[in-house]
Design a protein around this ligand. Structure first.
Ligand SMILES: Nc1ncnc2c1ncn2[C@@H]1O[C@H](COP(=O)(O)OP(=O)(O)OP(=O)(O)O)[C@@H](O)[C@H]1O
Length: 269
């Protein structure tokens, strides 16, 4: 990693960001600890540039939600921040270090956990082996697996079961547990509750609140029915057409009509 060009504290600079100090999952703090600050990020697939100068930040102990229409670039942004896509412009600063060109493995080892929207477990492997594969990137793999199984009894009960035989909610639990094996300080969740039964939606919300209570920063890409997640979120970044439109306190989106107007404003179809 290299010293970050955006400053050792990764403090926000000159963008439409307003503090959510009085809302969301955590009490207000006078000195926000900005774990991640991505500015001017450009990335895409081959010659196709999807992210056209994206900005997002994440603060320790806080939940940042990402909202935008289908195809806006939400998943692409998560992949870029996690090092799964090359970044062709801009800077990603994590804990005061420039991680823009670190790549996926080094980003994970640096403390960024990532739960992709799709193909986030090895279907043919058992629950325990999925966790072991994730733990291979770190020291003390077996202890890490044991720790995660202790945290998720639902997975411990199914440790020998193939991931392909899990329910949707159990499989998503495994995907999240896999990301937690590395004890990340920032967790990226790409639509983790999409299509899940309400009991699993609530379980994931509860886990995330516990994680942020312990100081983890979470960036959560939200899906069509976002009110429950917005209610526990601190800040929301609204994106459309590969650009950050606005970052605002999530509580504002729960005001009558506000969410609908944002969705209408960003829908290009
Ligand atoms: N592997 C890929 N190769 C080429 N283009 C891609 C690839 N993955 C995504 N795209 C394109 O990038 C754009 C942004 O996709 P992305 O999945 O990031 O959007 P999104 O906001 O997450 O959408 P959704 O809400 O539907 O998940 C889309 O136009 C999509 O077709």
């Amino acid at each position: 990693m290299w010293p970050c060009s955006c400053g050792a504290s990764c403090s926000p600079r000159g963008r439409r960001t307003r503090s959510a100090a009085t809302s969301g999952s955590s009490p207000p703090t006078s000195e926000p600890t900005m774990l991640l600050e991505a500015t001017g990020v450009r990335a895409g697939y081959g010659k196709l540039t999807i992210l056209q100068g994206m900005e997002i930040a994440a603060e320790a102990g806080k939940i940042t939600t990402v909202l935008g229409p289908n195809g806006a670039g939400k998943s692409t942004l998560m992949k870029a921040v996690a090092g799964h896509l090359p970044i062709t412009g801009g800077t990603v600063c994590f804990e005061g270090e420039d991680i823009t060109r670190l790549g996926a493995l080094a980003s994970a080892r640096a403390g960024i956990g990532y739960v992709p929207q799709e193909r986030n477990v090895f279907a043919g492997l058992s629950v325990a082996d999925n966790l072991r594969v994730a733990a291979l990137a770190y020291e003390g793999a077996e202890a890490r697996v044991a720790g995660v199984l202790e945290r998720f009894p639902i997975l411990a009960e199914r440790r020998r079961q193939a991931a392909s035989t899990l329910s949707g909610g159990e499989r998503q639990t495994l995907a999240i547990a896999t990301a937690l094996v590395g004890a990340p300080r920032l967790l990226l969740l790409d639509e983790p509750t999409a299509g899940l039964a309400p009991i699993f939606v609530q379980a994931i919300i509860d886990w995330v609140r516990t994680l942020t209570g312990d100081g983890m920063a979470v960036i959560w890409v939200i899906e069509q029915d976002p009110e429950a997640v917005l209610a526990i979120s601190d800040t929301t970044t609204v994106i459309a057409a590969g650009q950050t439109r606005e970052t605002l306190p999530s509580a504002e989106l729960l005001e009558p009509g506000r969410l609908e107007s944002i969705i209408f404003e960003t829908d290009d179809t």
